[in-house]
Design a protein around this ligand. Structure first.
Ligand SMILES: *Cc1c(COP(=O)(O)O)cnc(C)c1O
Length: 227
């Protein structure tokens, strides 16, 4: 049995038991690997570079749900807007407005997650708590921004790159709390997704309330260069 099939069988059993969605992170991997995963039933794939995603998308089955998990620049939204299923890394109001503009052109509502900066590292992207609540306030409560072509369906975060389980756990717990508190405030059924957890920390993420994990190396093997 191939590495991919064995890994997928193990992971999907674990995820099924907790009703957690899998995004197979295929960045840097060739289309053949994605096709192989598709053939065993994977439909959700994650990429973090616009050009790489666009190149792969045209070569692969049209029923793949493409997740954009990287940092998205406003001038690149137009390249993925026609086919993207969920944008995980929305970290500014400016980006939301651009996604809305591109959605309008296509008459398509584009699903988005707000990315929250939960890690210690400065290098990671994301909104802080204040910025998050400002957007929630404007979009869901006061409705002073109307984004008819954007669906904010939840939150995404990346924990610190560390072996310290307690640090990771407290960052995941913090994100889960934000998600819960927003749900209590807005009472909107569509705000459900909590995207947290990668190859190294997904069991912990699920224990902390994640319902969508983004797994790359555990499925496809180590990447030969770092993205
Ligand atoms: C690369 C990446 C992943 C997957 O990382 P692995 O450790 O290979 O599972 C998940 N989320 C984001 C945002 C990534 O960039």
């Amino acid at each position: 049995m191939s590495f991919l099939i064995e890994a997928y069988n193990n992971i999907s059993q674990e995820l099924a038991a907790t009703n957690t969605a899998l995004v197979a992170v295929s960045k840097t991997k060739p289309v053949e690997d994605i096709q192989q995963a598709y053939n065993i039933g994977v439909r959700d794939f994650g990429e973090n570079y616009v050009q790489e995603l666009a190149d792969k998308q045209i070569q692969l089955p049209t029923d793949i749900r493409w997740h954009f998990i990287g940092h998205l620049q406003t001038n690149k939204v137009k390249y993925i807007a026609p086919f993207v299923y969920l944008i995980h890394g929305v970290d500014s109001e400016k980006l939301l407005l651009e996604i809305n503009k591109q959605g309008k052109k296509l008459n398509k509502r584009i699903n988005c997650l707000l990315q929250i900066h939960i890690a210690k590292e400065e290098t990671k992207f994301g909104l802080n708590e204040d910025e998050l609540f400002q957007i929630i306030q404007k979009y869901f409560i006061e409705k002073t921004i109307t984004l008819d072509f954007v669906n904010i369906v939840g939150l995404m975060g990346m924990a610190s790159f560390t072996d310290n389980k307690e640090t990771i756990q407290s960052e995941f717990n913090f994100l889960k709390q934000l998600h819960t508190s927003i749900n209590e405030q807005i009472k909107n059924d569509s705000f459900r997704v909590l995207s947290m957890g990668m190859s190294g920390d997904y069991p912990l993420a699920i224990a902390c309330g994640s319902n969508m994990v983004r797994i790359g190396s555990l499925l496809f093997g180590e990447r030969s260069y770092h993205h």
